[in-house]
Write a protein that binds this ligand. Structure first.
Ligand SMILES: [Zn+2]
Length: 178
């Protein structure tokens, strides 16, 4: 697992049933490892270091005793996100929205418009002004319509100081970029 010392946000480890929650947390900028399933004995201990466990079962928490835990009780990912936000009293300043790859959890970096030409659909290249790329999976992100829902959700969760106009809205490409 990559470690990114420049990021001082909370870091999470999510159990296998919480994949959607893990993506939401990445969208907010949190370094979130996701256990894809299999035996807990096989979990990479390095991956667990300095992370808050997100689990629905006491058994998992006991298995990794010593780690801070947030117990998840709700079923819907968006409700689960609310549980995490509430449990840790997260506020807008704790976030770094749209700065991390939803797929592989790495930080994304700005990339010039010229460099993504031909790698994103033409209409996107013509209309989007800012692009970022994941250095892991090379996926390209840009401000896109699907971020509206994400932004609405963030505003609902953090109404006191919602992201301003300057927030770089990045959206996972639809897979046509490779
Ligand atoms: Zn990636």
């Amino acid at each position: 697992m990559s470690s990114e010392p420049e990021n001082e946000l909370h870091r999470f480890w999510a159990e296998a049933t919480l994949g959607k929650l893990a993506k939401w947390l990445r969208l907010l900028g949190f370094d979130t490892c996701y256990h894809r399933g299999g035996r807990l004995d096989d979990v990479d201990q390095e991956c667990l270091q300095h992370r808050i466990l997100l689990t629905r079962t006491r058994r998992t928490a006991e298995r990794f005793a010593g780690h801070p835990v947030v117990y998840i009780r709700k079923d819907r990912a968006e409700d689960q996100l609310e549980e995490v936000v509430s449990a840790l009293a997260l506020s807008r300043k704790d976030l770094k929205p749209f700065s991390r790859c939803l797929r592989c959890n790495r930080s994304t970096r700005p990339v010039s418009r010229e460099k993504v030409r031909g790698k994103v659909p033409d209409y996107v290249w013509q209309t989007a002004q800012r692009f970022t790329t994941c250095e892991g999976c090379k996926r390209i992100y840009w401000p896109g319509s699907h971020t509206d829902r994400a932004l609405d959700r963030i505003r609902a969760l953090f109404p006191e100081d919602s992201p301003g106009e300057d927030t770089p809205l990045r959206h996972r490409s639809d897979g046509n970029n490779r």
